[in-house]
Write a protein that binds this ligand. Structure first.
Ligand SMILES: Nc1ncnc2c1ncn2[C@@H]1O[C@H](COP(=O)(O)OP(=O)(O)OP(=O)(O)O)[C@@H](O)[C@H]1O
Ligand SMILES: [Mg+2]
Length: 229
């Protein structure tokens, strides 16, 4: 079964009298457990596509089924509800709350979801263990290394058991060794069955994925599956 099915997705932005066609008819399916890299030049439509399949924005036209549910017609709270339940995000700049401990940062999505406090604590601690940060739960972001901060962000993205983990340039702010460690973590999560979609400019990072979708001028230029293992 496909987790994601997009058909003929277009996205037009209106800027005054000008229309920007950021996506011009994109179709693909993603199966549960796939690890996919999205690559393409600056301005090609990668973030626009991620915003739509991450339920942050709606397409102008086309259909999008997420776990068999049509979501392209949803807006506002309905879309946010699906997003909180189904999607975990990891960003280049970590996006952690500076004055909160690692554990509080990770528990936040559960708080929003109305999970009771005891469950928040248990699941928050489990998620931090999963990324190897048992001994750093009470540290604030400024008391953690860049790689550790990104691990906290990954734990926060995973704590809701999302259908899909999205990462936009997750190693962009890390030195090469730390970036490598974070990619090892994505690799392990994939081995455990997590569906992962990651946007990257780096061939080395994309090499970790099983499949690479190249976007150019708002269209899929190629969609390549690796014969690996
Ligand atoms: N909110 C917006 N309003 C108008 N035009 C936009 C908006 N967001 C993006 N665009 C335009 O849509 C096109 C695709 O942008 P997008 O951000 O998806 O590119 P990208 O592939 O993520 O690029 P980068 O690698 O630089 O992050 C670009 O031409 C951009 O200028
Ligand atoms: Mg972008």
């Amino acid at each position: 079964m496909n987790v994601i099915d997009v058909k003929n997705i277009t996205k037009h932005y209106l800027l005054g009298t000008q229309t920007v066609e950021a996506l011009r008819g994109v179709s693909f399916g993603i199966e549960q457990g796939e690890f996919i890299a999205i690559m393409g030049p600056s301005g090609s439509g990668k973030s626009t596509l991620m915003n739509i399949i991450g339920c942050l924005d709606s397409p102008t036209d086309g259909t999008y089924h997420l776990n068999n549910q049509e979501v392209s017609t949803l807006e506002g709270d309905e879309l946010a509800g699906i997003r909180n339940k189904e999607i975990g995000f990891v960003f280049q700049n970590f996006h952690l709350l500076a004055r909160n401990s690692a554990l509080d940062n990770v528990m936040l999505p559960l708080k929003y979801a109305g999970v009771d406090k005891a469950d928040q604590l248990k699941r928050g601690k489990d998620a931090l263990s999963q990324v190897g940060l048992d001994s750093r739960m009470d540290h604030q972001p400024s008391e953690l290394s860049g790689g550790q901060q990104q691990r906290v962000a990954i734990a926060r993205a995973l704590v809701n058991n999302p259908s899909i983990l999205f990462a936009d340039e997750p190693t962009g702010n890390l030195d090469s060794q730390t970036g490598h460690d974070v990619m090892q973590l994505f690799h392990n999560l994939h081995q455990q069955g997590q569906t992962i979609i990651l946007i990257t400019h780096e061939n080395e990072v994309a090499a970790e994925a099983q499949r690479t979708i190249f976007i150019k001028d708002g269209l899929i230029e190629s969609d390549i599956r690796k014969e690996k293992l």
